[in-house]
Design a protein around this ligand. Structure first.
Ligand code: CVU
Ligand code: MN
Length: 590
């Protein structure tokens, strides 16, 4: 996606239409409010390629329906995907409101009292509620003087929160999920549900059979120069681990070398399938050069492919990372086992944070007693109540090693903040073991690392429930370090050739978060998507925009920001209100 194709944020300066004094006195102040928000957005928000988000400000202030219609046309012509109305004064709600059926909407009503911006906000939010077009209300806590250009901190926070989630909605619209293969090992999440993608995300689905990978390998439908570069980089940066397979099952050195070539080609091919590649056009493959317009993809892998060919762990891990042989770059979202529902969970985390995501099985809850029994160590500190072993062959991002840093702390961060030395460190802490060929008869290489402890992370998962629809679950928590011998003992009970993250959710003492065991017991599927930071509140805002109820979360009430109309569905049991609101509005795209 080039910069010019990214959706923009439309800012609507709304004004009291009474000419002959009132309007004239407010023109400059209203337009200035719009300009100030645009400046805030362009300084703080970025597109996935790292460039600043672009805003379109209405050509004129909007005092009535004629100017509202002009502005809608202007926005349509300028690629707007998210709409924010701003006003310092009373204006005419239904005459000036944004009526677009699916642009995420918010109104910032200035908290001054010389002119009542908040009264407009209330009147217009009522109109939005009455018309079934939910909008977020933004209103500062402290009164400002008319003409005070500062955007207070609480307002800034809400403006940014709304825009980040709104932009995620706009970025998904019109893009594709590409399934490479079909259902993996009976996993329902890989039974790609096009009705969900179309109606809830505005995305389309593309499917290619895995025989396409073989065709491209055999017919050399990839950039051969890039392949040589990629193979050389892989040889010098991806260290191969010992072969733990029984000797009689091990592949020969020649076969292993051949597997390295295959997995590097698979990486190029998966990426080209997703986004296209101009180099293919030059080789006479114009159709392949276009790709599938995919923002997200999944690879079935198990079992038909992996039963006789190298597995997808290398391509999945590299694509999900913020770097490869071409240098530091944005991660590609790639779900292992073609678990599209976990892929979308990753996509949510990625679009909100611009950081790579860990894809993992939510494999084992280790109670303190079980840990003590098996290792002799009594878990303490963050791990005192036990922990969850997140581990899956393959697709966890190498950024998940925790070797990227901020002020000496382990982090995951947007690619534009990553330094070359940090990339080297991620690679140095990753070992590529010959795949466990009891599971992967065709060989390949699995990435192994242990995530550094102390990172704040958020795990989420989108589930489809028949009769209900999609629901999102969210668990904020931390990665933890275990003493070496404890890690080794527990890890070796599973598969020591796979990447491990030890995770402790933050407990609230209530419901699903009464203890670590109960968090795991309430997880709705075998996988979770793990994003850096505590971003549960951002996920909740995004879910509300998409009309997806959140069935489980541990986010404090004061951090939750949903469209104003949600309050009309109930204010004390907010979870129930969320379900009723999402049910009433239905999916964003009809
Ligand atoms: C190798 C195994 O089949 C794993 O891939 C399996 O445990 C899963 O990841 C299931 O989601
Ligand atoms: Mn899995």
């Amino acid at each position: 996606m080039s910069n010019t194709q990214y959706p923009r944020i439309g800012i609507r300066p709304v004004i009291d239409g009474r000419l002959g004094g009132v309007r004239e006195s407010l023109e400059a102040v209203t337009m200035q409010m719009a300009k100030n928000v645009a400046a805030l957005y362009t300084t703080h928000l970025r597109y996935p390629d790292g460039s600043p988000v672009q805003c379109v400000i209405g050509d004129t202030c909007i005092g009535g329906v004629k100017e509202a219609a002009d502005c809608a046309r202007q926005f349509e012509n300028n690629g707007v995907g998210v709409s924010l109305s701003v006003t310092p004064c009373w204006c005419y709600g239904m005459e000036t409101m944004d009526m677009h059926p699916y642009w995420p909407k918010a109104i910032w009503g200035f908290n001054g009292t010389e002119r009542p911006g908040a009264v407009y906000l209330a009147a217009t939010l009522a109109a939005h509620a009455q018309m079934g077009l939910p909008a977020f209300g933004i209103y500062g806590r402290d009164v400002q003087d008319l003409g005070d250009e500062a955007i207070p901190e609480d307002v800034t926070d809400k403006l940014l929160r709304f825009a980040r989630a709104g932009m995620a909605v706009a970025l998904m619209r019109g893009k594709s999920y590409l399934a490479i293969g079909t259902v993996s090992m009976g996993i329902a999440g890989s039974m790609v549900n096009s009705d969900f993608f179309q109606r809830y995300l505005g995305m389309r689905n593309e499917w290619v059979d895995t025989s396409e990978i073989l065709r491209r390998i055999e017919k050399k439908i990839y950039d051969e120069n890039e392949f040589e570069k990629a193979l050389a980089w892989t040889r010098s940066n991806c260290k191969e681990g010992s072969d733990f397979n029984p000797v009689e099952k091990q592949f020969s050195r020649a076969e292993k070398d051949d597997h390295w070539e295959t997995v590097v080609k698979m990486t190029l091919i998966f990426r080209d399938l997703m986004t296209g590649n101009a180099a293919l056009k030059a080789k006479g493959f114009g159709e392949e050069a276009m790709g599938h317009n995919a923002l997200l993809a999944g690879f079935q892998g198990q079992r038909q492919w992996t039963d006789f060919l190298p597995n997808g762990d290398f391509p999945e891990a590299i694509l999900n990372s913020s770097f490869d042989w071409n240098g530091i770059r944005a991660p590609y979202m790639m779900a292992t086992e073609n678990d599209a529902m976990n892929g979308v969970s990753m996509l949510f985390g990625y679009l909100l944070t611009h950081t790579a995501q860990i894809f993992a099985d939510v494999r084992t809850y280790w109670s303190p007693d079980a840990v003590q029994r098996v290792t002799g160590w009594q878990p303490d500190g963050t791990a005192a109540g036990g922990f969850i072993h997140l581990i899956n062959s393959g697709s966890a991002t190498l950024d998940g090693t925790g070797r990227l840093q901020q002020d000496g702390q382990p982090v995951m961060k947007p690619f534009w903040e990553i330094q070359e030395a940090e990339v080297k460190d991620c690679l140095a802490h990753t070992t590529w073991y010959p795949a466990n060929n009891g599971y992967f008869r065709g060989g390949g290489y699995s990435s192994q690392f242990v995530t550094r402890g102390g990172m704040p992370v958020t795990m989420c998962r989108l589930n489809l429930v028949k009769g209900l629809g999609p629901v999102l679950q969210i668990a904020e928590g931390h990665t933890v370090d275990l003493p070496d011998h404890v890690h080794r003992t527990l890890d070796e009970r599973t598969d020591r050739t796979w990447p491990t993250t030890w995770f402790v959710p933050r407990l609230t003492g209530q419901g699903a978060f009464r203890d670590v065991y109960t968090v795991m017991a309430n997880w709705g599927a075998n996988h979770g998507a793990i994003s850096y930071g505590h971003v549960g509140h951002e996920l909740i805002t995004l879910a509300a925009l998409l009309r997806i109820p959140v069935n489980m979360h541990n986010v404090e009430e004061q951090r939750i920001f949903r469209p104003a109309a949600w309050a009309s569905f109930g204010t004390t049991a907010a979870e129930g209100a969320d379900y009723r609101a999402c049910d009433t509005y239905g999916p964003l795209y009809k």
